[in-house]
Write a protein that binds this ligand. Structure first.
Ligand SMILES: C[S@@+](CC[C@H](N)C(=O)[O-])C[C@H]1O[C@@H](n2cnc3c(N)ncnc32)[C@H](O)[C@@H]1O
Length: 273
C-alpha cells in the first residue's frame, strides 16, 4: 500500500470515530513513519513499511481510543506531556486556570503552593516552568498519575521544585501553604460521556460523586480549615449556583467565577481571608 492509498483507507476507517478523519489519518501515518505531515504530501507514492502496525493504530482510533493514548503524548500549554491510559489527558480549558493562578502568584509573590490531583503534572509543570522560585507539593490518590507526573517532572528537570505525594486531597500535606490549585474530578456519576472519554479515561479522574461537586466542596472545606489564603479550581459548567450557595453558607472573603472560551462557567477563585 502506498502512502496515498494508506491515507484513503485510514480516512474511511475513521469516518465515524473522528470529526476530522483525514487530519487524524495523516497524524497517525506521520507518527507511524516517524516523519512530519508534510513528508506524506511529498512522498505519496512511497510504500508504507510495516503496514500492519499502521493498520493497528488506525483500528485503535476507530474504536474511539483517544489519539493521545495511542501516541503516548499530549500537547498542553507550551509543552508536550507524556500520557498513558490511567491518567487524564490534559484539556485546553485547564490552561485558563493556570493563567489565573499565575496572575495571583505574580501579584502576591507566592512561593509555596499545593496542587490536588496531579494527573500528568500539567498544571504543576507549567507553573513551575513559569516561576523558578515556586515550590509545589502535588498530590494524587492514584498510582498511575503519580508515576506519569514523575516522568514529566523529570523530563523538564523540575524535581527541585515539584514534590509528588500520594494523598487524599491535602491530608498528607501539613506544610504551610499560600494557595491550592486543583482540577478535581467534578462530573456527576450518571452523566453520559462520549465513548472516547468514558471507555478509556480513568473514572477516578472524571467522577466527583453522585452529584459531581462533592469533592469540590470537600476541597473548599479542607483549604478553609487550613487557613490558606487562596483556592483556585476548575469545575463543571452547571456547578456555579450550588457552589455559590455553599460558600455563602460557610463564609469566604470572596469567590470569583470564570468562564471557558466557549462561554461556559468553568471554575472559580476563592479568597478566604
Ligand atoms: C481531572 S484529573 C486532573 C489531572 C490534571 N491536574 C489535569 O488538570 O490534567 C483529577 C485527578 O485527581 C485525582 N484524584 C481523584 N480523587 C482524588 C483525591 N481524593 N485526592 C487526590 N487526588 C485525587 C485523579 O486521580 C486525577 O489524577
Amino acid at each position: 500500500m502506498t502512502i496515498k492509498e494508506g491515507l484513503n483507507w485510514a480516512k474511511e476507517q475513521l469516518l465515524e470515530a473522528c470529526e476530522r478523519p483525514q487530519f487524524e489519518a495523516e497524524l497517525l501515518l506521520a507518527y507511524h513513519l516517524e516523519q512530519d505531515r508534510m513528508y506524506l504530501l511529498t512522498h505519496d507514492n512511497d510504500v508504507v513499511e510495516d503496514i500492519k502496525n499502521f493498520q493497528d493504530l488506525i483500528q485503535r482510533r476507530a474504536a474511539n481510543e483517544p489519539y493521545e493514548y495511542i501516541v503516548g503524548s499530549a500537547s498542553f500549554y507550551d509543552i508536550h506531556l507524556e500520557v498513558e491510559e490511567g491518567v487524564l489527558i490534559p484539556r485546553p480549558e485547564t490552561e485558563i486556570l493556570i493563567d489565573l493562578v499565575a496572575d495571583i502568584i505574580k501579584k502576591e509573590n507566592i512561593t509555596r503552593i499545593a496542587e490536588i490531583g496531579v494527573g500528568t503534572g500539567a498544571i504543576s509543570v507549567v507553573l513551575a516552568r513559569k516561576f523558578p522560585e515556586l515550590h509545589i507539593i502535588t498530590t494524587d490518590i492514584c498510582d498511575v498519575p503519580l508515576k506519569v507526573a514523575g516522568k514529566n517532572i523529570d523530563t523538564f528537570g523540575l524535581n527541585a521544585q515539584i514534590e509528588l505525594r500520594k494523598s487524599n486531597l491535602i491530608d498528607e500535606v501539613p506544610e504551610a501553604l499560600e494557595l491550592v490549585v486543583s482540577n478535581p474530578p467534578y462530573i456527576a456519576e450518571d452523566f453520559l460521556l462520549e465513548s472516547n472519554v468514558v471507555d478509556y479515561e480513568p473514572k477516578k479522574a472524571l467522577f466527583g460523586g453522585r452529584v459531581g461537586d462533592e469533592l469540590l466542596k470537600q476541597i473548599i472545606l479542607d483549604v478553609k480549615a487550613r487557613d490558606i489564603k487562596y483556592l483556585a479550581c476548575e469545575m463543571g459548567y452547571d456547578q456555579k449556583e450550588p457552589l455559590q450557595e455553599f460558600v455563602n453558607k460557610i463564609g469566604v472573603k470572596s469567590i470569583k467565577f470564570y468562564k471557558d472560551l466557549a462561554g461556559f462557567d468553568r471554575g472559580f477563585i476563592i479568597e478566604f481571608k
